[in-house]
Design a protein around this ligand. Structure first.
Ligand code: HEM
Length: 361
């Protein structure tokens, strides 16, 4: 465990400690926010991500309804069709900028449509989401620069993403219907919109781009996957383990608690370093090796416990549809150039230019 004096918080880098904390919400509470910045934590108290049971349970069950594993069948045909189209388009050109031309496609077409925001909102979703991730803190220049976009989003959520203006059958509309039935409070609906928009886009975009980059760097692993498609779910897990798009979220201790022989007092903020835990050599031998036969289904890239990612089935579906199509069409990826994304809450590529060697070439 490490004390980050600059941010007045502790950080857990090891797998066992992170997993234990994530699965003990009674001691490691989300209700005082899960971010680095104190003010943002105060402002966002009470959203699904920043709450504990029983409030959390009620919100999560409404939010997660369209995202349950058994509901994915309904969206699979649409996702597969879009995956076919986008892969065909970029591969036939021989090269593409993976982030904007390939990875953003499914979240921006399918997910934004499923949420059902008015058109103006759909166009802005990525910009708003990136800004919201940046405002999580620390309170640096990036967080400050993101302020206006976050305000714009909040005003949109309160005034535009409301019944009558949103698509009548989308996820956003279902939030308001659940409120009408008394399952959640009406005033929770605008902030719960945050839960659909912030974590559903960049996370998946980054995960897709990271996966392409890993296969470009490890052509032997791409050959394995092309020869055995049953490895796709394991490849997705291994990519998320090795290059986790969400490096951390934090919790606040509800009571004094001993971690690694050190007693921390109630009220301490503790970061659960998911990305670091996923590279803990005590848990994953040779942790920096990309090995799609490793089958690390216990990775922590989606978190664990009460707050485990509610959108993970959708994220996996998007990633697997793209990998299936890419495996049909591409024999090799070559990275032409890349640029990391600099964001306070996310990690991955901002820009990834790749050339394809095509199967039919
Ligand atoms: C590869 C893509 C994704 C990654 C890496 C990811 C990562 C995470 C992580 C680490 C958490 C845990 C938060 C915590 O510990 O406090 C989380 C929660 C969450 N994710 Fe995801 N996510 C992804 C995709 C999605 C998608 C596609 C959606 C929605 C459509 C989504 C919606 C959510 C929501 C609403 C929560 C909060 C759940 C709760 O507090 O109960 N995520 N995600």
């Amino acid at each position: 465990m490490v004390f980050l004096s600059r941010y007045d918080m502790y950080a857990l880098p090891r797998y066992d400690e992170v997993r234990a904390a994530a699965t003990d919400w009674q001691t490691f509470s989300s209700a005082r926010g899960v971010f680095v910045d104190r003010d943002v934590n105060a402002q966002l108290e009470g959203i699904t991500l920043c709450s504990d049971p029983p409030e959390h349970t009620a919100m999560r069950s409404v939010l997660g309804r369209p995202l349950r594993a058994d509901r994915m069948r309904e969206v699979t045909p649409r996702i597969e069709t879009e995956a076919d189209e986008v892969v065909e388009r970029v591969v036939s050109r021989g090269r593409c900028e993976v982030v904007t031309e390939l990875a953003e496609h499914l979240p921006m077409t399918v997910v934004s449509e499923l949420v059902g925001l008015p058109e103006h909102g759909r166009e802005k979703m990525l910009e708003w989401a990136a800004a919201i991730w940046n405002t999580q803190g620390p309170a640096d220049e990036r967080a400050a620069a993101a302020g206006p976009a976050v305000q714009e989003f909040m005003s949109f959520a309160m005034n535009e993403a409301v019944p009558g203006k949103i698509e009548p059958v989308g996820w956003a509309a279902q939030l308001y219907e659940a409120a009408d039935r008394g399952e959640i409070a009406h005033d929770k609906c605008p902030v719960m919109m945050l839960d659909y928009i912030t974590p559903s886009l960049d996370t998946t975009v980054l995960a897709i781009a990271n996966t392409v980059a890993l296969f470009a760097e490890h052509p032997d692993q791409w050959d394995l996957l092309r020869n055995d498609r049953s490895l796709i779910p394991h490849a997705i897990n291994e990519s998320l383990r090795l290059e986790s798009p969400v490096p951390q979220f934090s919790r606040v201790l509800t009571e004094d608690h001993v971690i690694g022989g050190v007693e921390l007092s109630a009220g301490s903020r503790v970061a659960l370093l998911y990305a670091s835990a996923n590279r803990d050599e005590r848990h994953y031998p040779e942790p920096t090796r990309f090995d799609i036969t490793r089958r690390p289904s216990d990775h922590l890239a989606f978190g664990r416990g009460e707050h485990v990612c509610v959108g993970m089935h959708l994220a996996r579906l998007e990633m697997s549809a793209l990998l299936e199509r890419l495996a049909d069409r591409v024999t090799r990826f070559e990275i032409l150039d890349s640029r990391p994304m600099i964001n306070n809450g996310l990690r991955g590529f901002d820009h990834l230019n790749v050339a394809f060697e095509s199967a039919s070439a």
